[in-house]
Design a binder for this molecule. Sequence first.
Ligand code: PEP
Ligand code: MG
Length: 546
Amino acid sequence: MRRQFTGAAAAKGLAMGRARVREPHRLDVEERRVRADEVEQERELLREALGAARNELNELRERVRGAIAHEVGEFLDLHAMLLDDPELAEGLDELIRTGRYSAGYALRLQRDRLAAVFDGIDDPYLRSRREDIDHVIGRVYAALHSEPSPQVIGLAGEVLVCENIAPSELAQLHEEGVVAIVTGQGSPLSHSAILARSLHMPLLVGAHEALLHINDGDALIVDAYHGVVIAEPDADDLRGFRTAEAEEKRERRSLARLKKARTRTRDGVEVRLWANAESRDDVAQALSLDASGIGLYRTEFLFLQRGELPSEEEQFLAYRDLVLGMDGRPVTIRTLDLGADKADSTGLVLDDEDNPALGLRGVRLCLAHPGVFRDQLRAILRATAYGEVRVLIPMVSHAEELRTCRQIIDRCWTELEGEGHALGKRPELGAMIEVPAAALAIDTLLPHITFCSVGTNDLIQYLLAADRGNDALGALCSPEHPAVRFVLGEVFRRCREAGKQVAVCGELAGDPRYTEYLLRLGLTDFSMHPGSMLSVRKAVRDCDLG
Ligand code: PEP
Ligand code: MG
């Protein structure tokens, strides 16, 4: 019988195939304590399991070749890093030694602790990092019980339906010829989603009902454009699928022709498309799509994938590679935007704020930790030796914050010169406009900056008092709310009048449904994930502002 379920489209695409339902790999280990004389044996079992999991990751890295090796390598490296994190091994060891828990139960406790930390993060992108913890601990657990690695053989032409998917598995599944994946959990902002998009593997996440009601062997149509999966489709569905498939092919062919095309409206308004980049792959893709530059590089990922602060040197190398990767095009590096809502693993963020979204986050946190801010700014300034760099300050609400940032930047510049570091052109300074006060009093900020970037993800949440991470409020966060329209229009107008460049770098900029809306409000610089760039370019070219 025909059944239809919904989920979130994490990687767009269409596919049809038989369902292969994979039972969830649950870590629901019963609490078990061991005798004092068994503690050593449990510790040894755990050490062996950690080693085996590490070997598996190494082998996987060896096996994955070809075009996807690079992307997958990054995910595998991240998992290896999590696995090698001394805090993980020490935490587990401590649970066995002092709590006398079995190795399996210690893994579960540790996973639950880390999961609670990630679940408490407001930012959906960062919260989705929890999946990586699950995958890594799941791998160790499987090694502890000598379970085979996830079975991915013989799935060619099938749709995998499962609780969740690891980026490393996704790569294997892609090679094996799986046509789409439907998961009960997961987020469109997860690593797996990012990888699925670059592999062009349709991925539907958060399809809880589908997972409960789809059976092994059901015929499935996955429409990961509209977030729908149909089990046992009828003749109308099949006709619809064929039509949509033909349309998709046509669309892809025509979009591919736009790779180097000019981004200009029918009536001649020139538009610049910038990339929001987090990985090397994003940078390569941005360049291949002729992005004007990197419009947003979120540096907090350098801080969050680990429990300690990255050194100036380490940050410098990351920023330098980013600048080199863009081959002379400008790169906008956003200074640290941590806050209690984003993470506390670095020890910087207060964990007792009543209202962290309105707390010590972004530039406020940086100014409260001048040593950390200085290390980051020095690293950014040193990257100027390799190409054009722009510094973007997040969560600005007062002109005074920008004045202080400018002073610190100037001081760092002089220091670096004195130390004989190679430096390029002094970076331009910009502000993220994401606090309503900054938007409304933009005239007070403009004298201190040369450009600004509107973070609509936060600006809309703060304007409408609607938490951006709360699914139940999704419909309220409308970019077309009159207040949002008014504020955006004003910000664009005042920047234009003051001769300052203004871009939008929130998700809104990458959504072609709103391209014309933003153009009509006067925006000409859009910054988005490279995956959205061709459809936005097309939307611009189709637009006549008359
Ligand atoms: C925004 O708020 O729109 C933005 C781009 O910043 P982030 O999503 O990192 O908060
Ligand atoms: Mg923001």
